[in-house]
Write a protein of this length. Structure first.
Length: 109
């Protein structure tokens, strides 16, 4: 259990660092406008929007996937385990009024 907590802490610090430098304003804006949301899979999803929104989501998800793979290898666990833990934590940390996808559909938290 302690290893999982450590993995989860590392996942979110790294996800924040990856998203923050270049995309933070765009990501924050996209979330605030209801264009993107967090999914239980540990990745962002497009709620509504076109090419720019999809490109933003793809870029962030590619970065997240790379970090999740590194974390999984470092901690001798599966990628799926890291993704699931990251998704759970991201949804928990999502502020009220923003979108999450828990059971296959988008809903405001």
């Amino acid at each position: 259990m302690m290893i999982m907590q450590r993995i989860l802490s590392v996942v979110f610090v790294l996800a924040a660092l990856i998203s923050a430098p270049v995309l933070a304003i765009d990501l924050a804006q996209a979330k605030a406008e209801g264009l993107v949301g967090e999914m239980a899979s540990g990745y962002l999803g497009v709620v509504k929007g076109g090419g720019d929104v999809q490109a933003l989501v793809k870029s962030i998800n590619d970065q997240r996937r790379a970090r999740y793979q590194q974390i999984a290898q470092k901690n001798n666990t599966s990628l799926q385990n890291v993704e699931a833990l990251a998704g759970k934590k991201a949804i928990e940390k999502t502020p009220a009024g923003l979108y999450v996808n828990v059971g296959g559909g988008w809903q405001k938290k």
